[in-house]
Ligand binder design. Structure first.
Ligand code: HH2
Length: 290
């Protein structure tokens, strides 16, 4: 299976690692580290040297209770990084829920829109559809970042409800003219879900494969891992790697991570043990330029 993105058709027969580049003052685990474009680009280079296949650049924190950022400020943060990162020749994703930011990022050369709101904002479907090959990640979120954990989220069957939501958003995207091969889906770990909901989504993750689209999953450093291990956010590398492997084992195609080197090492061993798609992680990058 391939994921069609603006410049690249990404081969998903081997596990793919999406490295997180947060150009924000307030992200939950790494906010404030990348204060300017040159620091962010140095971080991109480091993630690529560690084996990242895709870079996900974000200018607004989505942690529970985060304050919204105006579009012009978000663009001021991400566009210089995007422009500089184009030279790396790898797929670049823009992590945003704002249609204006999507359009500007795609016009600048981003390959993928990663939207935690699954293109629900007015104008978002059109922004992605207007670029004939741009890829998109549609994620499930219950509520909005400012309020999503304010009171305990309720589901009758979290996996069935997430699957139904994602099926509806895939249908809406396709109706807007976004071809299926441009779409991947994400259950949205930690977005309006309790620890038990997140774990249920991992245990029954294979049920989401029935959607017929590749799965992208982000467990990296999230609070469910803190609840399981008792560790603060800065000490969750091992838990994050274990969750990434478990997600791959249950059929994820792409994992979104902060700790790229540790994740890539673990995936090499996992693959060599015959657990991944046969012996493929050591192959040269499969992302081919169009
Ligand atoms: N998680 C975060 C942000 N974007 N996108 C997708 N597709 N899936 C996720 O699970 C996901 C996401 C939250 O993590 P992070 O970017 O590290 O934090 P913050 O939102 O505080 O910047």
């Amino acid at each position: 299976m391939h994921w069609q993105t603006a410049r690249f058709s990404i081969d998903l027969t081997r596990p793919r690692v999406m490295g997180i580049v947060n150009v924000t003052p307030d992200s939950f685990s790494d906010g404030g580290r990348l204060g300017d474009a040159s620091a962010a680009l140095a971080h991109c280079e480091r993630l690529l040297a560690e084996g990242a296949d895709i870079l996900d650049i974000g200018g607004e924190s989505t942690r529970p209770g985060a304050a919204p950022v105006p579009a012009d400020e978000e663009l001021r943060r991400v566009l210089p990084v995007l422009r500089g990162a184009l030279a790396f020749g790898v797929p670049l994703s823009i992590d945003t829920l704002k249609p204006d930011v999507m359009r500007a990022a795609l016009d600048t050369g981003a390959d993928i829109v990663n939207d935690i709101d699954a293109l629900r904002r007015p104008g978002a479907l059109e922004a992605v559809a207007s670029h004939p090959r741009a890829g998109v990640c549609l994620m499930h979120m219950h509520g909005a970042p400012a309020t999503m954990q304010a009171r305990p989220p309720e589901y009758v069957d979290v996996v069935a409800e997430v699957a139904a939501f994602l099926a509806g958003r895939c249908a809406a995207a396709q109706a807007a003219g976004i071809a299926a091969e441009r779409i991947v889906v994400d259950p949205g770990i930690g977005f309006g879900k309790t620890v038990e909901h997140n774990l249920e989504l991992l245990r029954r993750q294979h049920e989401l494969l029935a959607l017929g689209r590749p799965l992208l999953v982000g467990w990296s450093r999230k609070s469910t891992l803190g609840a399981l291990t008792g560790r603060p956010v800065g000490e969750r590398v091992a838990a994050s790697v274990a969750a990434a492997l478990a997600a791959m084992q249950r059929g994820a195609a792409i994992v979104r991570v902060h700790d790229v080197a540790a994740t890539v090492d673990a995936l090499k061993v996992w693959d060599a043990a015959g657990l991944g798609p046969a012996g493929t992680i050591a192959a040269p990058p499969g992302a081919t330029r169009r």
